[in-house]
Design a protein around this ligand. Sequence first.
Ligand SMILES: C[S@@+](CC[C@H](N)C(=O)[O-])C[C@H]1O[C@@H](n2cnc3c(N)ncnc32)[C@H](O)[C@@H]1O
Ligand code: SF4
Length: 347
Amino acid sequence: MEKIRLAGKNRSEIAEIVAELGMPRFTTLQILKWIYVKRVNHIDEMTDLSKRNRLFLGEKYEVGYFPPVDEMRSLDGTVKYLFGKSARDSVESVYIPDRDRATLCVSSQVGCKMNCLFCMTGKQGFSRNLTANEILNQIVSIPESDTLTNVVFMGMGEPLDNVEELMKVLEILTSDWGFAWSPKRITISTIGHKSGMIRFLEGSECHLAVSLHSPYPVERLSLMPVEKAWPEYEIIELLRNYDFSKQRRLSFEYIMFNGLNDSIEHAEELSKILRGLHCRVNLIRFHAIPGVDLKSSDEDAMIRFRDCLNRRGVICTIRSSRGEDIFAACGMLSTVRKGGTRTDILK
Ligand SMILES: C[S@@+](CC[C@H](N)C(=O)[O-])C[C@H]1O[C@@H](n2cnc3c(N)ncnc32)[C@H](O)[C@@H]1O
Ligand code: SF4
């Protein structure tokens, strides 16, 4: 029988297990420390639990961290890791070192329901949500885990479409019984999933990035079917109810498509719809994907767009592209290859 994984469980879930096994209440904090502070791999290593309790616990449970099954290293130091049991049920995470920062871009779903025109993950359709265990495992099980300064949910999937598991991971990362990280080290990127956004904004202090890509609803709809269910105007109005002027940061992601959304009129309209919001805009180069007839804007167009927004009082930066030689850049994560094996996945 497969054992239940302890990693990914929050304080109240561990307390329930402790009660179920008739262990003393203080064991909850001991177990949490072993899983999230010491990050041991085996229950046997939890040496301040009695031998009998370790035995009891080990009958049904395991710690549940597991290493990546493959990796690919870029010339610029970026590393792409693959997690999962089979080619069709895998996800990728990307480790991005940059001077004094080391960021991990994590996945939240196998595939995605949202079907954005320009996204490789969207093309593969939706398979399933990752569990809190599988999300957290990406952060703990890479060799560089101890050096991480930031985590961004910008890998495969829509994190707010898996909001309950996401919230559990955020609780573990930011609680003093867990990793005790500041929420400022964590950014969630969303297509603008309205109900998930409300849950996230009310229940955490982490940063939010919203993928916008056009200030014009009809144009956005042609790129992102989600515009129909959750129009950008509604999302922006919703965001006006929250305070982003202090610790918590709000940003908008904007992929620059040549001749489509990169004109000065677009920049002007964008500055209008964001007026009064404490936010910044990140411009992203489009990474071409097979079968999609869109091109990235060139450097000059991006600089013009950025400067126009900055002149209008909207802080705007151009995001540097990393790991392109190993297809680890934004939106290029997709492990599914028809009939592929795990070894061809990373070729
Ligand atoms: C892969 S998504 C995951 C998070 C979430 N689902 C979202 O859309 O914000 C992370 C970011 O990558 C962007 N992206 C997707 N495909 C891309 C591509 N081919 N080139 C550049 N960025 C892309 C998305 O628009 C989004 O801003
Ligand atoms: S861009 Fe985000 S929401 Fe859209 S298909 Fe890709 S992962 Fe899903």
